[in-house]
Design a binder for this molecule. Structure first.
Ligand SMILES: *[C@@H]1O[C@H](CO)[C@@H](O)[C@H](O)[C@H]1NC(C)=O
Ligand SMILES: *[C@@H]1O[C@H](CO)[C@@H](O)[C@H](O)[C@H]1NC(C)=O
Ligand SMILES: *[C@@H]1O[C@H](CO)[C@@H](O)[C@H](O)[C@H]1NC(C)=O
Ligand SMILES: *[C@@H]1O[C@H](CO)[C@@H](O)[C@H](O)[C@H]1NC(C)=O
Ligand SMILES: *[C@@H]1O[C@H](CO)[C@@H](O)[C@H](O)[C@H]1NC(C)=O
Ligand SMILES: *[C@@H]1O[C@H](CO)[C@@H](O)[C@H](O)[C@H]1NC(C)=O
Ligand SMILES: *[C@@H]1O[C@H](CO)[C@@H](O)[C@H](O)[C@H]1NC(C)=O
Ligand SMILES: *[C@@H]1O[C@H](CO)[C@@H](O)[C@H](O)[C@H]1NC(C)=O
Ligand SMILES: *[C@@H]1O[C@H](CO)[C@@H](O)[C@H](O)[C@H]1NC(C)=O
Ligand SMILES: *[C@@H]1O[C@H](CO)[C@@H](O)[C@H](O)[C@H]1NC(C)=O
Ligand SMILES: *[C@@H]1O[C@H](CO)[C@@H](O)[C@H](O)[C@H]1NC(C)=O
Length: 754
């Protein structure tokens, strides 16, 4: 029952002994390459291989009897060596969404002409933003996690955030303080919003209290995740007590120094302004110890690195330098008392997001509270666009990790800053002596996977990667199993490399969503944060689409290949959403330049066109489970095991996050998605309401408050609906190929056909 005890007993012979077993790698091979279970040999050899001393190194060579022998300095070095062999020699890989394609490896493993050597250029390769656990993994099953963890191991990740199910321990700690179940329940947030509760942006749960069952289930999931991480050579970053407490802690600890934190994103005080126990209050260290002791009893001594964010989009109670230094000093002391080896990991996001508050002087005071530099690890969260390490003089010597955010809210859109991720990441390593790692901190783990593998692979290269070659190799592995790949596949991806993935426009620093996902109005085309207008040459994307399409004419087996199906849907999606903007502009200008009454035909024609485009987009998306709303909703509902009330609560959470995001649309459309079923049941009706409204008013009497009122009425109703299969039956009756042919016949200009 208690995996923690098992781990503990194994660990009693030493944590390192446990972490040094290669059994986890043999298990991985058995899971993903069962035909080759006996064909790999893994050996840990601390003194193996050329490269940088103290960093992970590996060597792959031919072993006896057609086996492949991998030697390396650590488990993570070995798994990185394994993937290098699999991608470069066997030409297979493992992917988000699509899953493992490793079983496509040749029946007889190809031998090497010469050994492959690898040497990491950094100590840590980090994975996860705090909010990825809500935007992406909120409803994941153990099976989803297994794929993810194998992906991470093979990509060399050795430092993942691991804070699933922490509410179990937190609740025990709160109970110990004498808080009642009702008081604790009023603090915890819903299954789709736990990340923001964990660092004190929000409290409480709209749509019903968080059920105890959920807390227990998530804890049980964590009890599977952690041993697997350790077995795969990763050091999990574990939660710690942050200081955020239920409001009624003032009742249980009447003398404690508790302040109300700031409001977040317009949420009312009932759901925000979280109570915060000041770290210099004596209760803080006691609670910290209680939390960490309980956690260690449950999980074993598997890590000394703790995630702890107190001011992530929260303003400190005071900007006084002494105060800021006290906060970190006492927080640090509380960690060290609970675990003398503790290292405090913090997201550096605040220094960017609230840059006007966080002056250099304040940052320096704040960081100085941690008196030993090596007791801290900072994630420079948005290094590809808004690095903070320069202005803070490398965080005044604290170790830090160069991270790529790339995606906000799990938004969808082809996008990347390839040169930054290769060139700037390399430059930073040379420039900053306290850079200790590279990391992925996407808010949502959505598309554009190549942008993430690029950074993780950059961690094994002294020079910036040659992206042309990198993309070529990516294509070769990605579509393996389809014979000789048509040259158009390589050309298609190279066109993406030099367009969508080569953004250097400083006004658009993350994934570009589409104008149709924003609540309809007169200004849906935006630049800046969460922009909705492409900055690249959109013709290049159409050209890339044509090449991808043509490739399957030459090699029809591609239509049956899951990666091809995924990419075809993804690229078709992008072509269609890029075509939305001119149609939207025409709609608005038609309405604006003619009397709606006099020229109702023209307006109806433009409205129909816009709605038809979205309807066609929906049909394309529905062909693939990775692009369906039902995948998200079903995974949420599955945690309820047919308890109807719990199912409805989970579905409400799932729907609310991707649409209204808050009880009343506090950050509506922030986490919008281009999903089949969502386009047809949410976006199309919104645009229909809007188009109908335009037909009823002249430009002079347009009333944006009225438009919003009409839309919110619909949006709120949608939150509480129940999913059923009829919404996506269309996508299941026709093949992707047939649907693409229909759609491009209807939109010849969009697809470059005339
Ligand atoms: C190679 O394979 C043969 C036949 O399966 C076996 O007898 C032999 O022991 C193997 N040699 C090594 C070094 O594993
Ligand atoms: C908080 O405590 C007050 C009494 O001090 C009580 O009336 C109230 O119900 C408590 N709140 C919750 C959520 O239990
Ligand atoms: C919530 O925080 C805001 C500042 O962000 C403040 O103005 C407001 O008074 C706070 N409300 C409560 C109830 O603490
Ligand atoms: C900081 O802590 C010290 C004691 O360690 C205390 O004397 C001082 O008043 C505190 N400063 C602030 C601004 O809280
Ligand atoms: C990336 O490097 C280029 C060239 O050195 C530099 O101009 C640019 O400011 C850097 N960008 C970031 C985000 O650091
Ligand atoms: C990196 O990104 C920044 C900010 O978006 C941009 O100014 C710079 O040109 C980029 N550098 C490279 C090498 O692409
Ligand atoms: C960035 O892209 C936007 C939208 O296409 C464009 O208006 C703007 O001029 C571009 N900025 C730069 C610096 O190229
Ligand atoms: C955009 O891409 C197309 C297709 O590759 C090309 O013909 C055209 O010249 C490009 N336009 C610009 C402005 O670069
Ligand atoms: C409508 O046309 C007027 C006059 O040309 C212009 O000022 C206004 O910005 C237009 N409104 C929209 C929403 O396009
Ligand atoms: C705009 O609509 C709102 C809400 O429907 C209404 O209260 C308001 O009076 C309207 N404004 C005008 C100028 O008609
Ligand atoms: C399924 O959902 C659709 C669209 O919301 C609705 O019209 C239909 O009545 C529902 N069917 C059932 C059986 O609930």
């Amino acid at each position: 029952m208690h995996l923690g005890t098992i781990l503990l007993s194994v660990c009693s012979i030493g944590v390192l002994a446990y972490a040094q077993s290669t059994q986890g790698l043999y298990n991985l091979v058995k899971r993903r390459l069962s035909n080759h279970a006996n064909h790999f040999d893994f050996t840990i050899d601390k003194s193996c291989c050329a490269g940088i001393d103290g960093y992970d190194r590996f060597m792959v060579s031919n072993g006896p009897n057609n086996t492949i022998s991998i030697k390396g300095t650590s488990i993570s070095a070995l798994s990185s060596g394994l993937r290098r062999y699999l991608t470069d020699i066997a030409h297979v890989d493992i992917y988000w969404f699509i899953g493992s394609r490793l079983e496509q490896a040749p029946a007889i493993l190809p031998s090497l002409n010469q050994p492959i050597q690898g040497s990491s250029t950094v100590r840590w390769r980090y994975h996860f933003n705090t909010v990825t656990f809500s935007y992406t993994t909120a409803f994941w099953s153990w099976k989803d996690w297994e794929t993810q963890l194998d992906w991470m191991a093979l990509h060399g990740v050795n430092l993942p955030l691991a804070w699933v199910g922490q509410e179990k321990i937190l609740v025990e700690v709160f109970q110990e303080l004498g808080l009642t179940d009702a008081e604790i329940a009023s603090y915890l947030s819903g299954p789709a919003f736990q990340a923001w509760n964990r660092f004190g942006n929000i409290q409480g749960s709209w749509g019903g209290d968080l059920p105890r069952t959920w807390i227990d289930q998530q804890f049980a999931l964590q009890m599977k995740i952690l041993p697997r991480m350790v077995e795969l050579g990763m050091t999990p970053v574990l939660p710690a007590f942050t200081g955020f407490v239920p409001m009624n802690t003032t009742r249980a600890l009447p003398d404690a120094q508790i302040v109300r934190g700031s409001q977040w994103a317009g949420f009312p005080p009932q759901y925000s302004n979280d109570s915060y126990l000041e770290p210099f209050d004596a209760n803080f260290a006691k609670i910290q110890s209680s939390f960490i002791i309980k956690q260690r009893a449950a999980y074993g001594s598997i890590s000394n690195i703790y995630t702890l964010d107190q001011y992530n989009e929260n303003s400190p109670y005071s900007g006084d330098l002494d105060y800021l230094r006290n906060v970190t000093y006492y927080t640090w002391q509380s960690l060290k008392q609970a675990d003398p080896g503790a290292v405090w990991m913090m997201q550096g996001w605040l220094f960017y997001a609230q840059a006007s508050f966080w002056t250099e002087e304040r940052i320096q005071a704040f960081l100085s509270g941690i008196e030993k530099n090596d007791d801290m690890l900072i994630l420079d969260l948005f290094s590809e666009s808004a690095p903070q390490w320069r202005r803070t003089n490398s965080y005044y010597g604290k170790p830090w990790i160069w991270c790529q955010v790339h995606d906000y809210g799990g938004n969808m859109g082809l996008y990347g800053q390839l040169r930054n991720v290769t060139v700037n990441a390399t430059e930073a390593r040379a420039e900053s002596p306290s850079l200790v790692g590279y990391g992925l901190t996407m808010e949502g783990q959505e598309g554009n996977e190549i942008m993430y593998t690029t950074l993780l692979d950059q961690a094994w290269s002294e020079a910036p990667l040659d992206t042309k070659k990198y993309f070529h190799n990516w294509v070769r592995s990605r579509y393996s199993g389809c014979g000789t790949l048509p040259v158009e596949l390589y050309e298609a991806w190279d066109l993406l490399r030099t367009s969508v993935y080569d953004n250097t426009n400083t006004s658009v620093t993350s994934v570009i969503k589409s104008a149709f996902e924003i609540r309809p109005g007169l200004n849906n085309v935006r630049i800046g944060f969460q922009a909705s207008v492409p900055t690249y040459n959109t013709s290049q994307v159409v050209q890339s689409w044509e090449k991808l399409y043509k490739a399957a004419k030459e090699e029809p087996r591609l239509w049956a290949s899951p990666p091809y199906q995924h990419d075809m849907v993804d690229l078709t999606r992008q072509v269609i959403v890029n075509a939305f903007i001119p149609i939207y502009h025409t709609l608005i200008s038609t309405w604006n330049t003619s009397s709606a009454v006099a020229d109702s035909h023209a307006l109806t024609r433009e409205s129909d066109k816009l709605l038809q485009l979205l309807t066609d987009l929906d049909a394309v998306l529905l062909t693939n489970r990775n692009f369906r709303l039902s995948t998200w909703i079903e995974s949420a509902r599955s945690w309820a095991h047919s308890d109807e009330d719990f199912e409805a609560f989970l579905e409400y959470n799932a729907r609310n996050q991707i649409t209204l995001w808050g009880p009343d649309g506090e950050i509506a459309d922030y986490a919008s998605k281009q999903w089949g079923g969502l386009v047809s049941t949410y976006y199309v009706p919104r645009w229909r309401i809007f188009c109908k409204y335009l037909q009823s008013v002249s430009p002079a009497s347009y009333n944006s408050t009225e438009v919003e009122r009409l839309l919110i009425k619909f949006e709120k109703k949608w939150q509480t609906e129940t999913w059923n299969d009829t919404m996506e039956s269309r996508g299941k009756t026709k093949s992707l190929q047939a649907i693409i042919d229909d759609v491009q016949a209807r939109w010849p200009t969009v697809f470059g056909r005339c």
